[in-house]
Design a protein around this ligand. Structure first.
Ligand code: SF4
Ligand code: SF4
Length: 490
């Protein structure tokens, strides 16, 4: 793509970088084939190629973009499917990240949007504030029909009950069971420990059982990606620097073999710290070192060798693996988590249209609720077509997006790996079975219910989106009945 930035503009390192990216684009349009928003809306300006033109024009103009350009760039999920498809190596992620910063700095959004985005960027990264907000949202649920439109998605998505934090997370150092093979830092995260503390607890159990000492470094926390994708660069970089400092301290104190994320959205950002802080003389080198140590938890686990899979109580369960965009497109990890699940005895199936986003995408489901709901429903229909007993994925955003509307439990991959190698049953599975028994008024291991082995094996599975509102409860009773009869009643 031809660009005509001035020398003065090129003196800005961000512009210089974006120009390099833009020049790689040959306008071939291959990327449009896998873009979820282009698929839904059919508008070139909602495709990667269209957005690349918008971004180029916006940056070249040196001024605030039009409301129209902002609309199309805001609709981008940052799912990065276009990067996987692009044959020319266009780094759309860095380009759109720059574009979002530019918009944040130059464009004046309507007041309500500014407040909403500021609120999301302040509350979500801070677990204590987020917990308070969830409590308020739970109280506000009865008022849902009369709430302002911008608040509705937040209140609707808030879980009715907020889990208590896992005791394991309150300790800083978790010693390896037996001989120590590695010392690793786990990113504690921000939203995940509030919504699903069982994920960090399962990660810690799994890793310590396999010889890792797991450290939650003091003053490590949110990776910064929530702010980063809102264009709130100052806040994003402040959070990145705080994590770099925390892990530098741990490295100096006891060494670190890896820095782990168990939310793939966070992992993608950790791996990009070197780029994000490249212009910061005090942090560039340290951030690059952190990025080089950053791993998704599945990458580390694959090198450890999983023990005792023969005892997996869930052996044979059919697991639909939902490959989070940040995992498959951001980190290019797709087969690995499925291989691990299969190694410990699960029957793993891929999901049709697996390259498409589920609509979660950080704060996207709060800021673009209609498009997010369409993508969620499409994903749920594809998941249902696999006739799986449960869904596994490696990102809390996807779990939150899908679990509320899914007819089968949605759990994190590490919860299944932990369960298969000696850990407790994932709470979502227990809740699910208990819920089904209450509705069906029968135990899941009753003789009449035990025969089917897959979702919908007594009834043809219909796409979730096409089911009547009354269908889920009866289908759930069938699914509960399909649970292996060797499972103890919850
Ligand atoms: S596939 Fe790559 S080179 Fe082709 S239009 Fe899309 S971004 Fe540009
Ligand atoms: S990141 Fe996703 S939504 Fe955005 S342009 Fe690329 S494929 Fe489309």
């Amino acid at each position: 793509m031809r660009t005509d930035f001035t020398e003065e503009q090129r003196a800005d390192p961000d512009i210089a970088e974006s120009e390099k990216i833009l020049r790689k684009c040959t306008h071939c349009g291959f990327c449009t084939a896998t873009c979820p928003t282009y698929l839904l809306l059919g508008d070139e300006l909602d495709s990667p190629r269209g957005r690349i033109y918008l971004l180029k024009n916006m940056l070249a103009s040196g001024t605030a973009p039009s409301a129209e350009a902002v609309k199309h760039i805001d609709r981008c999920l940052s799912c990065l499917a276009c990067m996987t498809t692009c044959p020319s190596g266009v780094n759309y992620m860095h380009l759109v990240d720059h574009g979002r910063r530019w918009i944040e700095q130059t464009y004046r959004r309507p007041w309500s949007e500014r407040m909403l985005r500021r609120m999301l960027g302040t509350v979500l990264p801070q677990p204590a504030l987020f917990r308070l907000a969830l409590r308020a949202a739970a109280l506000a649920k009865p008022l849902l029909p009369v709430l302002p439109g911008s608040l509705k998605p937040m209140v609707a998505l808030a879980p009715p009950k907020i889990p208590v934090s896992a005791p394991a997370e309150r300790e800083r150092v978790h010693p390896a069971a037996g001989e120590r093979r590695m010392r690793v830092a786990l990113l504690p995260g921000c939203v995940q420990p509030v919504l699903a503390p069982e994920i960090n607890a399962a990660t810690i159990r799994l890793l310590t059982r396999h010889g890792c000492e797991v450290v939650i470094a003091a003053r490590s926390g949110c990776c910064g990606s929530l702010n980063h994708h809102l264009g709130q660069e100052r806040e994003a970089l402040a959070r990145a620097r705080a994590n770099v400092d925390a892990w530098e301290h741990e490295r100096a104190a006891g060494g670190l073999d890896a820095i782990l994320a168990n939310a793939s959205g966070c992992g993608t950002t950790l791996k990009d710290y070197g780029f994000m802080l490249r212009e910061d003389r005090a942090y560039a080198e340290k951030a690059a070192a952190v990025a080089a140590l950053a791993r998704d938890v599945s990458e580390l686990v694959s090198g450890l060798g999983l023990g005792a899979p023969a005892a997996n109580p869930g052996r044979g369960l059919r697991v639909a693996y939902h490959s989070a965009c940040s995992m498959q497109h951001g980190q290019r990890l797709h087969k690995l988590p499925m291989t691990l699940l299969a190694q410990v005895g699960f029957d793993v199936v891929e999901v049709p249209e697996g390259h498409l986003c589920c609509g979660s995408a950080g704060t996207y489901n709060l800021l673009q609720p209609d498009l997010a709901a369409r993508l969620r429903d499409r994903k749920l229909a594809n998941l249902a077509s696999t006739r799986a007993n449960l869904v596994a994925t490696g990102n809390i955003g996807c779990i939150s997006q899908l679990a509320g509307a899914s007819e089968v439990p949605v759990v994190h991959t590490v919860e299944l790996l932990d369960w298969a190698t000696g850990g407790p049953e994932p709470p979502a599975l227990k809740r699910y079975k208990g819920r089904g028994r209450n509705r069906a008024g029968t135990s899941h291991d009753s003789p009449s219910a035990a025969a089917p082995t897959m979702l919908g094996s007594s009834h043809p599975a219909a796409p979730a989106a096409s089911r009547s509102p009354a269908a889920p409860s009866s289908t759930q009773a069938t699914v509960i009945g399909s649970w292996p009869s060797s499972e103890p009643a919850a």
